[in-house]
Design a binder for this molecule. Sequence first.
Ligand SMILES: Nc1nc2c(ncn2[C@@H]2O[C@H](COP(=O)(O)OP(=O)(O)OP(=O)(O)O)[C@@H](O)[C@H]2O)c(=O)[nH]1
Length: 386
Amino acid sequence: MLLDIHTLLVAVALATAFCAGARLLLWRMHLAIPGLSRWFLAGVSAVITFVMIFAYGKLQWLPLLSSAQFFAVIGLILSWDGFSRFMGKPPLRSLVLLGMAAVGLVLILIAQTQYSVATKAVSNAVLVAVLSLLIARDLLFSPTQNTPAVRATGYIYAINGAVFLIRAMIARENSEIVDLLNPNGVAAFMLLWLLCSMIAITLGMVLMTTERLQADLDNQANHDPLTGALNRRSCGLLYEKAMAYSRRHKLPVSVLMMDLDEFKKVNDYLGHDFGDKVLCRFVAEAQKILREEDIFCRFGGEEFVALLPNTSSDTALMVANRLRNGFKIDSDLIETTKSHQSFAITVSMGVAEHQQDESFESLLRRADTALYIAKDKGRNRCELAE
Ligand SMILES: Nc1nc2c(ncn2[C@@H]2O[C@H](COP(=O)(O)OP(=O)(O)OP(=O)(O)O)[C@@H](O)[C@H]2O)c(=O)[nH]1
């Protein structure tokens, strides 16, 4: 197969420019997602790199080659910073600046003192390999974002690291052969790899962004925006599953139906915003006290439901009272800060254990009846269903 080096170089430069354009669009379309601006700037750096390599090919002026290497490394540092921001890690701001200054300085010195081409080729390849492997490590071993697109992008960076390590080894033996403008198989392979990896990485960035948007959508569809608790829609499915599991394994399962007391008064006297804060506090308290396997959701307004798998009514009543007391202590604090309005913010609960062959609706109805008995008996109490 005959591959013309200059045609390949033009193809890589064009593909890089298209990729930078795609990254610009990605960033402008999703300004709220962190890191995308860095990916675009990295794309611009890559374009500058190839323009400089091209110019070096024409002019044979060594500082152009050093600048190309400088921009290649800056591009990688910007990408790394972008991935860190995207994954919610602290940005590499100081590292970026330090890296830019150090690499720039070293490359300018190398260009001026005219070290051998081999030294430059080896040092540049090692630098690119190390940065690529660092990015790959962040993507492949992320504890929070282990998604297919993140892993796939991580693998591309890992392969890039390996390719550049091999390039460094070849450059140590023969610096001429790794020269991208030298028409030989190594240079052609390198240009082809750069073409493919640039497209694959940009595609990876697009897919990572799509995954993020999908996760945000799922989150919005399943959670109450005010308190962050699961909403009624998403709980339906989870409840069905938990009930089916308990039925199959003949395990007890109980339900807590909870309603904040005289919440209208809270809103009327202390304001709607304050009411919102009380709702959030209640959810925080519930999430602190309930177990991970318990399914807690905001059923609507100031009403909440929790399904407690593998829990009998006695234990459920104990949990309900613990939650009621925990929330009351919290509300006492609120009361002292608003001393001119003296009423306690409390919660009433109805507790019901699932009976054999009972439907979920009937279980909820019994818990609801118990809740209204608790309200009738003066509120701030938990009642067990018949
Ligand atoms: N701040 C705030 N208030 C809400 C929200 N959702 C529902 N509410 C209010 O909750 C109050 C519920 O009032 P009611 O149904 O009369 O019940 P209550 O005042 O709690 O009385 P009892 O349940 O009998 O103790 C209404 O005033 C609603 O406006 C919300 O998201 N934020």
